[in-house]
Design a protein around this ligand. Structure first.
Ligand code: G16
Length: 546
């Protein structure tokens, strides 16, 4: 059929490396993610699938991002972005898995053609794929493998070189909506900066930002991109004083090293370098700039962290108030989406104090995103700082067409419209989320301490447990309970029962070869103890980790 010879020839140059013990490659929570030296053939095959997906979806542009986010520098990963900037539709994940695991180049070509037949894909239709990569050195050769697949399948391609993950998502949506009434913005990296800088100024409306902000960029792509963004912020209109730290992208070995959002969230402390400055508002991005965590060192009480749950409740409360002032309370449904990792105190606060519905989904932004779309305004954040706020077409229309009866109402409507441009609608975006937080704090004239006072987190611990076979661990009830291995959940339940206000769960990671255990309890020492006990249960049930 159509591209057989070309695919065959190229596939031989980008061979798939068989995994140990016959294990299979799997399209997981964040696509394929592993040691970079295993990924050449994988990336080539992902390119084939991306071209099929473009042809299947009427030649719309598909995105491919090469990143391993918060994972070590030697890792890399590859994931597909759907036309509206969303994660690859779930039904296609197993197609990606099958295609990547085709044993030989001949099997690969056969499966590629079979997919085209089964899914009624016209292989002669135009196809377009755009892509970007984070700062990992391995990204360069992986892009070559991707490009080879796109050439072999006669797919139009644009290499956007180094980008944050959310920038690539933006570009995919901007490309597919260009010249339409729902145009998402100019189709360029600069277009992304311009759109956000403009919305930032509009959302602030002359309000003053309270003091400097230190941004730890995990020595990843967020550093140079944030610096670039700041050039587009008009200094005469906005007093945004940012100090970028950990922005060394030239030494790959320091990527995510003792820095970044994942470090801060899991270790519950500030990056040791540069030495933290007591009292100064600080935040950390992760390696591909889609997660965000705020914190400060209190001169009296020490480190205090404001994670995804805090950002979520801050955004929900602010937007909820604006919707009320805009006179749209009865018209627009606001909801919050969390995962099992959400601190129980945050769920309580959103339900009882903000009086908003809270839904719980499994880990992975795609799950939260999907549920958030069922609201007019859907606020979703994972506790790890990955999330955003989605506005439905009805909400956007209401912000633009409601006739204000008072200056206050008008103010609320224009702020809401500005926020809908400021907040990345395609996926969680650390830079965009950071600007959102800065806007809200400026409107409320709040310090991080004021923000922290909204509720008290339950003490909690997150630990990583390496086991022989993480796939033994299967969950139900949005990952809050283990269905397998048999008997494990009963032991966790028994452990939890021993503590006050306690909760714990264990699940297999979708991005690493490990299980994660989360525990919360009334006191810090109890949370630590409970996490340890559950980790031991997981070790016992998890097979030999050697
Ligand atoms: C990815 C996903 C997130 C998820 C995280 C950890 O983030 O996009 O939704 O929370 O992995 O997942 P797991 O606990 O299954 O390993 P990132 O920032 O690593 O791309």
């Amino acid at each position: 059929a159509h591209h057989d010879e070309r695919i065959l020839a190229a596939a031989q140059k980008h061979a798939i490396v068989p995994l140990e013990q016959g294990q299979l490659y799997k399209y997981g929570t964040a696509g394929f993610r592993m040691k970079a030296d295993l990924l050449d053939g994988v990336t080539f095959r992902v390119g084939l699938l991306a071209s099929l997906r473009s042809r299947k979806l009427n030649s719309q542009t598909i995105g491919v991002m090469i990143t391993a986010s918060h994972n070590p520098a030697v890792d890399n990963g590859v994931k597909i972005v759907d036309p509206m900037g969303e994660m690859l539709e779930q039904d296609w994940e197993h197609l990606a898995t099958n295609l990547v695991n085709a044993p030989t180049p001949e099997d690969l070509v056969q499966y590629y053609n079979q997919l085209a037949t089964d899914l009624k894909i016209d292989l002669s239709a135009p196809a377009k794929v755009i892509y970007g990569r984070d700062t990992r050195p391995s990204g360069h050769t992986l892009v070559a493998a991707l490009a080879a697949a796109l050439e072999a399948t006669e797919t139009e391609q644009v290499d956007y070189k180094i980008l944050t993950t959310p920038q690539l998502h933006y570009l995919v949506r901007a490309t597919n909506t260009e010249g339409t009434p729902t145009s998402y913005g100019e189709v360029s990296e600069v277009g992304y900066y311009k759109k956000m800088a403009d919305a930032f100024v509009r959302a602030l409306k002359g309000r003053r930002i309270n003091g400097p902000l230190i941004v730890d960029c995990a020595n990843g792509v967020g550093g140079p991109k944030l610096a670039e963004f700041l050039k587009h912020v008009p200094q005469d209109k906005v007093n945004f004083e940012v100090k970028i730290v950990n922005d060394d992208v030239l030494r790959p070995e320091v990527l995510n090293l003792e820095s970044g959002a994942d470090f801060v969230k899991t270790k519950q402390r500030a990056p040791p370098k540069p030495a933290p400055q007591p009292g100064v508002r600080s935040c950390s991005l992760d390696g591909d700039a889609d997660r965000l965590i705020y914190y400060w060192i209190d001169p009296d009480t020490g480190f205090f962290m404001l994670d995804g749950d805090r950002i979520s409740s801050l955004a929900a409360s602010f937007i909820g108030d604006l919707v009320e002032s805009a006179g749209l309370k009865d018209e627009l449904r606001i909801g919050v989406v969390q995962t099992a990792y959400a601190n129980g105190a945050s769920t309580n606060y959103i339900r009882s104090h903000l009086k908003l519905p809270v839904m719980c989904t499994p880990t992975g932004v795609k799950h939260l995103h999907h549920v958030a779309q069922s609201f007019d305004i859907g606020v979703y954040f994972e506790a790890n700082g990955h999330g955003t706020v989605l506005f439905s077409p009805d909400a956007l229309r209401a912000f633009k067409t409601t006739e204000p009866q008072s200056p206050a109402q008008q103010d609320a409507l224009t702020t809401l419209a500005a926020l809908s441009d400021l907040i990345n609608q395609t996926v969680g975006d650390a830079i965009s989320d950071m600007l959102l937080v800065e806007v809200i704090l400026a409107h409320k004239n709040w310090s991080l301490r004021d923000w922290a006072m909204t509720y008290n987190d339950l003490p909690n611990r997150l630990v990583r447990v390496v086991v022989g076979n993480k796939d033994l661990f299967q969950t139900t009830d949005a990952e809050r309970r283990l269905s397998h291995p048999e008997g494990a959940q009963e032991q966790i339940d028994a452990a939890v029962k021993k503590y006050k206000d306690a909760r714990a769960f264990a699940r297999a990671s979708g991005t690493e070869n490990a299980c994660r255990v989360y525990a919360e309890a009334a006191t810090n020492s109890e949370a630590i103890e409970l996490a340890k006990q559950v980790a031991q249960i997981i070790e016992r049930f998890g097979g030999n980790s050697q």
